[in-house]
Write a protein that binds this ligand. Structure first.
Ligand code: ADP
Length: 425
């Protein structure tokens, strides 16, 4: 680098030679580059020497070196030469450079000498090395501090989340996951808290269901067992009694079947495994079809079902499931229709929807119970008692099916005046 710098300086001096501010330029180059510059004609006449400008520098600063490099330049026959010479006075080396340059008169060739001290690299290196060492220590301390800080900020909330998750895994759904200062950790904590609350709810629901279902399953099973024992021990030989007892067994089995079917349906709907197969169907045909299966029952029991429906109403929905909804509502209406034994089913166009209504004039539902009847095993005005007909799941199934259809639904009811269950497709 030093040699290159020297050669560059020499080129500038050659170019500037003869300019008015030549001396200033050379002085400037000499000072800024820490170079001793001397120009001499071949015959020994001084063209430029620092002495002429700077009285503090001895003229003969590099006298002996100048002789030596001059000799080498002439011997080598090259246009320029640079050598490294020892400098015994300061115990360093100097770079000595010599070059022929052209002066004003073509015959007059001058020699440019440049001497520049080569400061020992080793000392620079050792300075840098100490500095590097300190820089490294400082950087390490910083790095440790920052990573410690960051890891605490990240790992602390993660550790808390882990310990909460462990409790969570052991079945304690009441845990809350504390969030940290980072969005990702917050998201994780919130998601886990949400999962915990959902699981908690599901588990409560499942416990309730199990308790109620097992109660409801046990009753018909007990009946079936005791009647079967009666047939075996007592009524086996008496055809009339035997038939009556066997009928009870058959009825109870049917109930059991109904119950299991409802439970299955409900749990499928609630877990989202109840696919809808939608089609567009005529409302009146569907309703009349459904009512046909009630004909015999109504005639025997004295019920009266009125259907009010326009001829060409059509809806797009899952036909079988809508039939189930209507028959669940109809069963309830028949059950609670009271003395007039009259139930009205109506379907009419209301703006772009078809509004279905199942109307009875029976006992009605008290205001306070209206919200609850849609929950499973809810009975208006009573705790869980075994219903003589129905499974206690009817309205929950209605609700799930209508939710799957995104349908609006509800009930209007006044105790003693009757109820109107409605939904819109
Ligand atoms: P259940 O099998 O007990 O009828 P549901 O879910 O079908 O079960 O009904 C829940 C409760 O809502 C009923 O037990 C009853 O108290 C009330 N309910 C339903 N429909 C009617 C109605 N048309 N009139 C009066 N009460 C009703």
């Amino acid at each position: 680098m030093k040699i290159q710098q020297t050669e560059r300086t020499a080129r500038i001096i050659q170019e500037e030679f003869g300019n008015a501010d030549f001396v200033d330029t050379v002085m400037h180059l000499s000072i800024t580059n820490d170079m001793y510059i001397h120009i001499e004609t071949f015959g020994g006449g001084v063209v430029f020497s620092p002495q002429t400008e700077d009285r503090h520098r001895p003229y003969y600063a590099y006298m002996s070196e100048m002789f030596e490099i001059r000799r080498k330049l002439i011997e080598s026959g090259e246009p320029q030469i640079s050598v490294i010479l020892p400098e015994p006075r300061t115990d360093t080396n100097i770079l000595a450079f010599a070059k022929y340059i052209q002066t004003d008169s073509p015959a007059n060739v001058a020699i440019l000498y440049i001497f520049t001290p080569l400061y020992p690299v080793a000392s620079t290196v050792s300075i840098l090395r100490t500095q590097l060492f300190y820089i490294m220590i400082i950087s390490l301390v910083f790095a440790f501090a920052i990573s410690f800080y960051l890891s605490r900020r990240i790992t602390k909330p993660l550790r808390e989340i882990t310990s909460s998750a462990r409790k969570f895994a052991e079945g304690n759904y009441d845990v809350s996951f504390t969030s940290g200062k980072y969005t990702e950790i917050n998201d994780l904590a919130n998601t886990l808290t949400y999962a915990a609350s959902r699981l908690d709810k599901t588990e409560t629901m499942q416990k309730d269901l199990m308790a109620n279902v097992s109660h409801d399953l046990r009753t018909p099973l007990t009946m079936i067992k005791s009647y079967a024992e009666m047939v075996r021990d007592l009524s086996g030989d008496n055809p009339d009694k035997r038939e009556a007892h066997l009928n009870v067994i058959i009825e109870e089995s049917d109930r059991l079947n109904l119950l299991v079917g409802d439970i299955l349906m409900l749990s499928r709907a609630q877990s989202g495994f109840l696919p809808l197969s939608k089609s567009t169907f005529n409302v009146k045909n569907t309703l009349s079809n459904l009512l046909q299966s009630y004909d015999l029952y109504c005639e025997r029991e004295g019920y009266n079902i009125t259907l009010i429906c326009d001829e060409n109403l059509a809806v797009t929905a899952d036909q079988e499931k809508i039939k189930q909804v209507i028959s669940n509502l109809l069963n309830n209406a028949l059950k609670y229709c009271g003395l007039d034994k009259h139930v009205i089913i109506s379907a009419k166009q209301v703006s772009d929807k078809v509004r279905f209504e199942v109307i009875d004039h029976g006992i009605g539902i008290p205001e306070s119970e209206i919200q609850k009847i849609w929950e499973r095993y809810q009975k208006a005005g009573a705790n869980h008692v075994r219903s003589t007909t129905g499974t206690g799941l009817g309205l929950s199934i209605v609700k799930e099916i209508l939710i799957l259809h995104n349908a609006r639904f509800g009930v209007k009811s006044k105790p003693g005046e009757g109820s109107t269950f409605w939904f819109e497709l």
